[in-house]
Ligand binder design. Structure first.
Ligand code: CO
Length: 512
């Protein structure tokens, strides 16, 4: 494993093509076999920074096979949450499956009883799946703290409430009556660090159809009001909406409506999962849907719709505002107020068809994610786009204290190669102004998940803090946790966790 400031090196000397062993990558597709309770974990390399105090929560699919049958796509795996608690230079690990109704039923039956959104079918072929439109809420996408509850999120239905210490599942929650039963609640809340005073959680639910409605909600996260709904609004837009993520600024909630079409027939007929019925809409036009936040300068105004560039986006890095006409700071000019949105673009919607085994996918045949910046000129309704990096990336974030503001630095998971599509094997810090980058790599035998940037409590510099990243260690057949210095990307500590966890989705850090 190496740390490098790789900017000066020509790409061809950085790594040979495909610097990984397919069997190492594949070995992460497993079931989590144990549930641990506050097990002490020590650093195999380096030492834990004593100032790092709090809990890293992570969520992701923990069960990929049942009764000899595999999920069609890892995203259909049951949610398993880990909590790694750092205190005075020590770490303790707890993990639990979320006791969803579907998980409990399938545990008891010893076989799959539900279809999955990403194409997992019940045994018995299309006939056994015909007209079975039940959704199994698998609670596997994200885990966040809201008030005194820990929420395991899955965007198509209600959150599950967990005990923040023991991870015991308390059950589905409607957040004190804010949500209706079964109402969609995004797995991508954004945490406003105090754009309008107190910190908040801003999130949404989307009801999709020929006309789609977005419900935007803002919750208090601190003080006696923590967990309470502060404001909400609902806005409807033409067309089927597929919205996994969004971004916030002090004045706007930013949605990117990809140009996708949804044909539910193969889902209804038991041939495909619902998400496999999404496809790029030939000649379709992506749109930014900009919804004014209730505390911002445009509160109460209708949303704005702006044509967006081609491509498909799951995740945004960040968004921020330029408040007046002039240079945009990266070589262009804006005519008036502008919104800058940084997102990971794919050339097309990446889907795994019904006949493909996810463990055999050819990375060369699917598009890679590339970080791009869109500057939306709000006076002319035009967008200028630029590529920020040519390196395949996913799971990007800024310093959470600067969410929604102009940031210089971003941290993300990247492929080992400079170009082309490969599994994610390294963590990268990118200077969004100079283009300078620093990389910590787990290649050739390690594969990374989402990095979480944690600011140092007393720090003020934007890159003062740590990056916590989960790494699948192919040599050990288990999961490591690496702690990097967020500024230099040098390794401070590496913990070999006593768990084998499949590639995860999202997580968050709660300081203590
Ligand atoms: Co996501």
């Amino acid at each position: 494993m190496t740390t490098s400031a790789d900017r000066a090196r020509p790409p061809e000397t950085l790594s040979p093509p495909c610097a990984y062993d397919r069997a190492d990558w594949d070995s992460a597709f497993c079931n989590v076999e144990t549930e641990l309770t506050a097990v002490a974990v020590t650093a195999q390399r380096g030492t834990l920074p004593p100032e790092l105090q709090g809990t890293l929560y992570r969520n992701g699919p923990g069960r990929l096979e049942r009764g000899g049958r595999w999920v069609h796509h890892p995203f259909d795996g049951d949610g398993m949450v880990t909590a790694l608690r750092f205190e005075a230079g020590t770490a303790r690990l707890t993990n639990r499956f979320v006791r969803t109704q579907g998980w409990l039923e399938e545990e008891a039956a010893g076989r799959m009883l539900y279809r999955g959104v990403f194409g997992t079918q019940k045994p018995g072929g299309p006939l056994a799946n015909l007209f079975d439109l039940r959704l199994k809420n698998i609670a596997n996408t994200h885990v966040v703290r809201l008030g005194d509850q820990l929420l395991a999120l899955w965007e198509a239905s209600s959150p599950h409430a967990l005990d923040p210490d023991t991870l015991e599942t308390k059950g589905l929650t409607l957040l004190d009556g804010v949500l209706s039963p079964g109402e969609a609640f995004s797995a991508h809340p954004r945490f406003d660090p105090g754009h309008h005073g107190e910190e908040r959680m801003v999130t949404f639910g989307v009801k999709s159809g020929p006309r789609s409605t977005i419900r935007l909600m803002e919750f208090a996260t601190t003080g006696p009001q923590a967990g309470q709904l502060l404001s909400q609004r609902s806005d409807s837009f033409n067309g089927f909406a597929f919205l996994h993520d969004f971004a916030i600024t002090p004045n706007w909630a930013v949605f990117l409506q990809n140009a996708v079409a949804f044909n539910p027939l193969p889902f209804v007929l038991g041939q495909k999962g619902a998400a496999q019925c999404l496809a790029s809409k030939p000649g379709g036009q992506a749109q930014f849907w900009l919804i004014p936040r209730d505390s911002g300068a445009y509160a109460g105004q209708p949303p704005r719709i702006v044509p967006a560039p081609q491509g498909f986006v799951f995740h945004h890095l960040n968004a921020w505002e330029l408040d007046k006409a002039g240079p945009d700071g990266f070589g262009g000019q804006v005519e008036g107020p502008a919104l800058v949105v940084e997102s990971i673009y794919y050339a097309d919607f990446p889907s795994i068809g019904p006949d493909t085994d996810f463990r055999t996918i050819d990375f060369n045949l699917i598009p890679e994610g590339l970080l791009e910046r869109c500057t939306i000129d709000l006076s002319s309704n035009t967008v200028r786009t630029e590529r920020l990096s040519e390196r395949c990336c996913e799971f990007a974030m800024v310093n959470p204290r600067r969410e929604g503001l102009n940031c210089r630095y971003a941290w993300m998971a990247v492929a080992e190669r400079e170009t082309g599509n490969d599994p994610l094997q390294a963590f990268k810090k990118l200077d969004l102004i100079s283009g300078e980058r620093r990389v910590w790599s787990a290649a050739p035998r390690g594969f990374v998940s989402e990095p979480v940037m944690v600011p140092r409590p007393e720090g003020s510099a934007e890159d003062d803090g740590w990056v916590l990243g989960q790494v699948w260690n192919g040599a050990r057949g288990a999961t490591d946790l690496v702690i990097l210095d967020a500024a230099s990307m040098e390794e401070l500590a590496l913990l070999e966790l006593p768990l084998a966890i499949p590639y995860g989705l999202h997580g968050s850090f709660v300081a203590s």
